[in-house]
Design a protein around this ligand. Sequence first.
Ligand code: 5GP
Length: 140
Amino acid sequence: MSYDPDNIFAKILRGEIPSAQVYEDDDTLVFMDIMPRADGHCLVIPKTPCRNLLDASPEQLLAVMNTTQRMGHAVMAAFGAQGVTIQQFNEAAGGQEVFHLHFHVLPRHEGQRLRPPGNMEDSDVIAANADKIRAALAQV
Ligand code: 5GP
């Protein structure tokens, strides 16, 4: 399977479609999921192309995992969470819908289930949650 440069996250990387970005470094970008399954649900992606875990280079994996760990701390602090769930899907049969490598970062609270997938969140709510994560990142 080859990389499609017109996937939605490639368009976000090129600035062709908007996203609520919370963190960026030389190798990775983090933005809010538009259909969050928990408040603070964000996505970590490499800035360079790869479909998923199966074709990622060691350098891409190192960069996204470092950023994923950083975001785990940040979302827990931002939402007073007791834990964090990291999800990552590979190919359609594995549950992947957008074919640019990404890690889901979901702050978790005791006894609270993830919301069902596929529900678009209000953009003001997403923006407010992005603000909370940015503020927490400044502290962690
Ligand atoms: P996966 O490929 O891991 O199954 O999930 C893709 C994720 O991308 C979903 O959680 C979905 O809500 C999110 N998503 C799909 N389209 C967009 C978009 O245009 N912008 C943002 N920020 N997230 C998106």
